[in-house]
Design a protein around this ligand. Structure first.
Ligand SMILES: [Zn+2]
Length: 364
């Protein structure tokens, strides 16, 4: 069924195909790997081959497409890399919080006894999670038997999350809800009150000041919000994949891929596959076919020189008429293959002109 969806005339575009394949195949093999014992290095290497085939299939790219280029065009993280970056080992598990580039701090103040608990938590945590943990810290540390308590916070988002609390709520809110549930069993009353920041409320201003001070304090607990950890893992894998791309030998040769994003174009299946083949320089021309032993000679049958992408697009006399038309459409500029593959400028108009050239060549 998925193969039918790739029909050149009416097939789905790469964006939709990728979504379908990820939902039906990639996700199943990734999670299924745990049940069939393929979670070791060899297992994931085998699954990565399946993922590569899926990506080639979705983008209509041939098997001689180099892997770094395949990942760059598809903007997908390869399965092996995704598994190699594991999340943190920790379980899911008046106040204020503050965050800068290097640390996230939480503060809980008991205004009655003037006890201050402050320190940093893992920097993966967002301000939202930090604030939730700060309130949890205040509840678990200060609420004692038979007392009446007011907890002031200047982050409305945490209180709203508690108000519309359900099983899908962020884990930091669930954690806070459990702390409140336990505290309510022992105290007489417990109220959470929203106090707007910088409104001259002394307790609030003090908590804000101490939270900023606490950014350089030692770690106070190992609480990490799973949502923030997942986001951090995603950012790390993206960064590693980009570094792999930067260090690959294709980075300098395929600079136009840095600005390429396949979802920007709205083309028919056939046209978008032609564009993918062009920018990855994997058009089925003699030089590429010869490398894969699908052709005896790599030479152009008209000119007897190696038939490369450059030759077809820039110099082969057989396509001179189509090339003249391309020059006219693009404004008679000297053509270069690097410039042709770069769609960051003159996007739509340029794509139409280049597609017309490729189609009129009659080769692809
Ligand atoms: Zn030629």
């Amino acid at each position: 069924m998925i193969k039918c969806l790739t029909a050149p005339r009416w097939g789905a575009n790469a964006s939709n195909l990728l979504r379908i394949c990820n939902a039906c195949i990639t996700q199943s093999i990734e999670y299924g790997a745990h049940t069939v014992g393929m979670t070791n290095k060899t297992g994931y290497a085998a699954l990565k081959i399946i993922q590569n085939n899926i990506l080639r299939f979705v983008f209509g790219l041939p098997r001689w497409t180099p892997l770094p280029i395949l990942y760059k065009i598809s903007n997908e993280i390869n399965m092996q890399l995704r598994k190699s970056v594991s999340g943190p080992n920790h379980p899911d598990y008046g106040s204020d919080a503050s965050k800068n580039e290097n640390s996230t701090a939480i503060v809980a103040i008991n205004c009655f006894s003037d006890v201050v608990i402050k320190g940093t938590i893992h920097n993966i945590n967002s301000v939202f999670s930090g604030e939730g943990f700060a309130i949890t810290l205040a509840v678990t540390s200060f609420v004692k038997e038979n007392g009446d308590y007011l907890i002031l916070t200047d982050k409305l988002s945490n209180l709203t999350a508690l108000k519309y609390f359900n099983f899908h709520s962020p884990k930091s809110s669930l954690f806070l809800a459990r702390a409140i549930f336990n505290a309510l069993k022992i105290c007489s009353s417990l109220e959470l009150i929203y106090t707007p920041a910088h409104a001259g409320i002394a307790e609030n201003e003090r908590a804000d000041f101490l939270a900023k001070q606490a950014l350089t304090s030692p770690n106070i607990c190992d609480w990490i919000s799973p949502e923030d950890a997942r986001l951090a893992c995603f950012k790390i894998t993206r960064k590693i994949q980009y570094m792999e791309w930067e260090n690959s030998k294709y980075y300098d040769k395929y600079r136009w891929l840095n600005d390429f994003y396949f979802k920007k174009f709205n083309l028919s299946r056939r046209k978008e596959v032609l564009i993918f083949l062009l920018i990855s320089r994997t058009l089925p021309i003699n030089a590429n076919l010869h490398k894969c032993r699908l052709m005896d000679s790599q030479n152009c049958i008209h000119c007897q020189v190696p038939e490369t992408c450059e030759h077809v697009v820039l110099s082969c006399p057989k396509y001179e008429t189509a090339r003249d038309s391309l020059r006219a459409k693009l404004g008679c500029i000297p053509l270069s293959l690097d410039w042709i593959c770069d769609f960051s400028v003159k996007g739509c108009h340029k794509i139409k002109a280049i597609l017309a050239f490729i189609v009129s060549s009659g080769r692809f």
